[in-house]
Ligand binder design. Structure first.
Ligand code: AMP
Length: 281
């Protein structure tokens, strides 16, 4: 497995691969890799000839300094996990490499970034779009895999390649969960045993909303009422948002007639967690 730290070395490696006619799959991450990330890597390996994983905790997408400082960093075990998965190259830039003169030109995320996580984390998606564009320019992949766990981010990545006319195919991957339903997240490492139990309310709300929807309920206020009851009943869980929106535009809806997204974000102890599911009539 090749370890690359500069943009020029990354580009040179990537161009050699693509010159040989091979496809290159890219999995951008912030490290602290878990089975969810590994599942994205396996998808990339199944779809493309060579796979690059980047590990970079991007400071410009954090709206909270404490969250940035406490973000888990486990580089040694991440590298071992990548090696074990048969990753061809890891790209490990530093903030100085990605932002040599600090944050100079920042891209602006589209309108669909204004809702859900974008509404409660101002500037977050501008930071995401800016860094992913820079990573795409360094890695020059043919394909890039993003998890549906960050559903809004995935939608914005689809917008990014369309808007900037990038020759990159975006490949989505479903949410990977722990056996008890908790969506895997690097931030789960920061949960105490009690918080870990409280956090299950998010997945419980997903299951309950899905079951009510499968039973024929299409009224968003009824579905959300159930979700909020479950979340509010759990001590230690503070809802940031719980919404049902159009799955494509992320615009609010009152009745489900087309695929819709139930998305939830909540603070559990010191950690903000997100989860979601798509409801398809
Ligand atoms: P992160 O390291 O949190 O920035 O995530 C890197 C990529 O892994 C993003 O595309 C995430 O959506 C994806 N990801 C993180 N957790 C999960 C999960 N539990 N299931 C599926 N994809 C995930």
């Amino acid at each position: 497995m090749k370890t690359l730290t500069t943009i020029l070395d990354m580009q040179a490696w990537s161009r050699r691969i693509r010159k040989g006619g091979e496809t290159l799959g890219f999995v951008p991450t912030m490290g602290a890799l878990h089975a969810g990330h590994l599942s994205l890597i396996r998808k990339a390996k199944a779809k493309t000839d060579k796979v690059v994983v980047s590990i970079f905790v991007n400071p410009t997408q954090f709206d909270n300094q404490d969250d940035l400082e406490k973000y888990p960093r486990t580089l040694e075990s991440d590298l071992k996990a990548c090696e074990d998965e048969g990753v061809d190259a890891v790209f490990l830039p530093t903030p100085k490499i990605m932002y040599p003169d600090g944050l100079t030109i920042e891209l602006k995320a589209p309108a669909l970034a204004g809702r859900l996580c974008g509404a409660s984390r101002p500037g977050h998606f501008d930071g995401v779009v800016t860094i992913v564009k820079k990573l795409f320019e360094a890695v020059e992949p043919t394909h890039a895999v993003f998890g549906e766990k960050d559903y809004q981010q995935l939608a914005i990545m689809r917008w990014l390649v369309k808007d900037q006319q990038l020759p990159i195919e975006i490949i989505p991957h479903p949410i990977v969960r722990e056996a008890d339903g908790l969506a895997m997240s690097s931030r789960n490492q920061r949960l105490s045993a009690d918080d870990r139990r409280h956090a299950l309310a998010l997945a419980r709300s997903i299951k309950a909303v899905h079951a009510l929807f499968d039973g024929g309920e299409r009224d968003v206020s009824k579905l959300l009422g159930l979700a909020r009851d479950i979340l509010n009943a759990e001590d230690g869980v503070q809802i940031d948002y719980a919404e049902i929106v159009d799955a494509t535009t992320l615009e609010p809806i009152s009745t489900i007639t087309q695929p819709a997204l139930y998305a939830v974000a909540a603070f559990v102890g010191p950690v903000r967690l997100i989860d979601n599911c798509v409801l398809r009539p």
